[in-house]
Design a protein around this ligand. Structure first.
Ligand code: FAD
Length: 693
């Protein structure tokens, strides 16, 4: 199907060397490096060889998400604390299931990419000697973290966008990806291109006219971006969860990538943590270090309770645990026992499960439960030394949390103000939310997927293991984009694609897509908002931070059924916007099957609580006699980590002949490369391009 018009829709075909899906920090950085590598090779007009395609420049986690000081994790730049790439890689792989070659590449590439960001204008702070000042983040034994403030990733994407604009690289905005075109099969299978629907064109006639017409008169503008290489940088599948701090509209394209044949790894390792829900934002770092009061109310805001106080032995322990949640932000089942900081996530969740609402109150210090006289009043002097010394060093020993927060981090207060929440006047509603997936699509050390010429970078790539230091996601996204660009230009070259021999395969898929769109507006079809709501509820209930095998199995069965129902019944979309939403619902449904299948498989392997999720077991460790498992009515007990599984990465691949639509296998993590060559032979390898083999 060449460019032109079908009976209903317009189709435009673009040919470029590399199509990049996603305009977050990862995608735009990779596009900039592609341009630079092509220029260095003398390729004329490199900007014409690259297309960045996105559902929205203003969408995605990089643009819209952050925390008190959003973190970038790199090799330490302290003038007096030595660090090395090998040590850095060891930190990244420490909790298991992380490939050593990726960890080492991320470590080695971290400074190159960090300085690239500095060069394009991201305002990472220095002292008067030019030192980039570091601090400690979660799962980080050193002070490798740095930050440009609450909106680090937004600055990154804005600065990188300006760089692309200077280079003249086109960004195709408002393009919803609806299909990945594949050609060939087996080892010669390739992703030849990306099909999008323009989200601004064809939004149809008013509803009453639509209903009168036999065939609704909406026309779509369909774009086909054919590329010799494809870089997928569409971020995480944020819309999979109901309780989510991913920005609204961050759908991702996991389901489409599975359909195209990409293999994923470590999907089970999502991260969850406390976040504000009215305005979606992480309440990590100084929000917690300021030690606000945390209380709950009934659904209407009445019946305030100091619910944490019943579960901590003293005010000192409770207040210190609130403080530590700052840099122990993600929920961590290994930090529950003995009243550690992740007990707070469990208590917040248990409170919301009862239909109550939980708030952080920055105007008051934590309060003990008036029913228990054993808990003393809050005094800064009673904090455990780690918390007290930190606050003292930060000059934050003021008497109220809001003063301490403002002293440590004024932008953290301003970001809420800018989004309609004044922390000086109102408490902040929070919940335990899905925030990030450490897993994603499997890549080699050049971020190439199992399908040659297709690369996956940023959050869509599964480069992290069970745990990752805070800030390493942003670094991984930058390094992955650099590595993919370097490989593409040096190995695959800068030519435009020629898919003339595969034209019939491409036409067939486009025809199938257009036929599918036609059945997605049948009156007997499913309502896509209901479908999405069903997916999100199921994922939050059964694939969140608390998991149980029988429940996960049931959820998987329901998810498979929903996906099959969609195939049979289609959707009842009323207009072109509805069609886009229907496509999203379909691939989210497939993604949810993949995530649940991976969870069931891991639980069946005998996994325990690890990373950012807790596994329930009848003969496990009791958290507290009053923390009840809703399903059984008994005290909640969890199974400790099965450490043997640290050396086993769970892979998952779409297989429509399998009853659960996916098949799983395990692979061993690749080790951290230790071989080093002397300069001369290494130089020869480099000159002869053997570094890419
Ligand atoms: C609240 C919060 C706080 C965080 N804090 C940190 C932190 O401190 N440090 C850290 O390292 N990481 C942090 N992360 C994670 C980090 O922000 C993300 O992993 C990272 O920004 C992802 O970048 P990306 O470029 O891969 O994807 P994104 O920035 O999510 O970009 C995805 C792109 O793909 C496009 N897209 C998505 N779906 C489609 C579709 N269907 N069709 C077409 N285009 C599509 C989007 O429009 C967007 O352009 C945080 C995440 C959240 C949610």
């Amino acid at each position: 199907m060449a460019a032109g018009k079908t009976a209903q829709h317009t189709i435009n075909v673009h040919h470029v060397n590399t199509v990049i899906v996603g305009a977050g920090a990862a995608g735009m950085n990779s596009a900039a490096h592609l341009y630079e590598f092509m220029s260095q090779k003398g390729v004329p007009n490199p900007e014409e060889k690259i297309a960045v395609v996105t559902a929205g420049i203003g969408l995605g986690a990089s643009r819209m998400s952050g925390s008190d000081k959003q973190t970038y994790y790199k090799i330490g730049t302290s003038p007096d604390v030595p660090d090395s790439a090998q040590e850095h890689a060891k930190t990244l792989t420490a909790a298991g299931c992380c490939h050593g070659d990726l960890a080492l590449a991320e470590a080695i590439g971290s400074l190159r990419e960090f300085y690239h960001l500095v060069r394009v204008g991201v305002p990472f702070p220095t002292d008067s000697m030019g030192t980039f000042i570091g601090y400690k983040t979660d799962n980080d034994p050193f002070e490798r973290a740095t930050s440009a403030g609450p909106k680090t990733s937004r600055f990154m994407s804005q600065c990188l966008q300006k760089q692309l604009e200077r280079y003249g690289v086109p960004i195709y905005d408002n393009q919803e990806v609806v299909h990945l075109l594949t050609v060939g099969s087996g080892e010669s299978k390739r992703i030849a291109g990306v099909v999008t629907i323009d989200r601004l064109v064809g939004w149809g006639l008013p509803h009453h006219q639509d209903r009168r017409a036999k065939s609704p008169p909406y026309r779509l503008k369909i774009n086909v971006f054919l590329g010799s290489n494809i870089i997928l940088a569409a971020g995480g599948p944020g819309e999979l969860y109901r309780a989510s701090v991913y920005p609204k509209g961050q759908v991702g394209i996991h389901g489409l990538a599975f359909k195209a044949g990409l293999v994923a790894e470590n999907l089970t390792e999502s991260q969850f943590g406390l976040a504000s829900i009215k305005f979606r934002w992480n309440v990590s770092g100084t929000y917690m270090q300021a030690i606000p009061r945390v209380f709950s109310t009934d659904a209407h805001g009445g019946d305030q309770r100091e619910f944490l106080a019943d579960f901590f032995p003293s005010m000192s322990k409770m207040a210190t645990s609130i403080f530590l949640k700052g840099y122990q932000w993600p929920f961590d089942p290994q930090r529950i026992e003995n009243s550690q900081s992740s007990l707070i996530d469990i208590l917040v969740f248990s409170e919301t499960q009862k239909g109550r609402r939980v708030f952080m109150d920055f105007l008051h210090n934590p309060i003990g439960n008036p029913a228990f006289s054993r808990m003393k009043d809050f005094h800064l002097d009673d904090l455990e030394p780690e918390a007290y010394n930190y606050l003292k060093k930060a000059g934050a020993l003021q008497s109220t949390p809001i003063e301490r927060l403002f002293t440590m981090n004024p932008p953290a207060v301003e970001i809420y103000k800018g989004n309609g929440i004044d922390l000086y006047c109102e408490p902040l509603e929070i919940a335990v939310c899905a925030q990030h997936n450490n897993g994603g699509f499997a890549v080699d050390k050049w971020w190439q997927s199992n399908i040659p010429h297709t690369f996956v970078i940023g959050e869509m790539a599964g480069t992290h293991g069970v745990k990752r230091p805070g800030g390493s996601a942003l670094n991984a996204g930058q390094v992955g984009g650099l590595r993919a660009a370097e490989y593409i230009v040096n190995v695959y070259g800068s030519d435009l694609p020629d898919y003339s021999k595969e034209q019939s395969e491409i036409d067939g898929q486009l025809t199938d897509l257009i036929n599918k769109l036609a059945i997605y507006k049948s009156a007997a079809g499913l309502a896509c908002e209901e479908v999405i709501e069903q997916i999100q509820s199921r994922m939050t209930e059964s694939a969140g931070h608390i998991r149980e095998l029988n429940d996960a199995r049931k959820a998987l069965r329901e998810a498979v059924k929903l996906y099959k129902d969609i195939q049979q019944r289609g959707f009842n979309s009323q207009n072109a916007q509805g069609l886009v939403r229907a496509i999203q619902a379909e691939h989210l449904a497939l993604s949810s099957v993949a995530y649940l299948k991976a969870i069931v498989e891991l639980l069946e392997q005998g996994s325990g609580s690890r990373g950012s999720h807790l596994v329930l077991a009848e003969d496990g460790i009791q958290i507290h006699p009053d923390i009840i498992d809703k399903a059984t009515g008994c005290a909640l007990e969890f199974k400790p980590e099965n450490k043997a599984l640290r050396d086993s990465i769970l892979q998952i691949e779409y297989d429509d002949s399998s009853p659960d639509l996916f098949r799983c296998r395990t692979v061993k993590p690749r080790s951290i490369p230790a071989a080093r060559k002397a300069f001369e032979p290494a130089w020869q390898d480099y000159r002869e391009g053997r570094i890419y083999s």
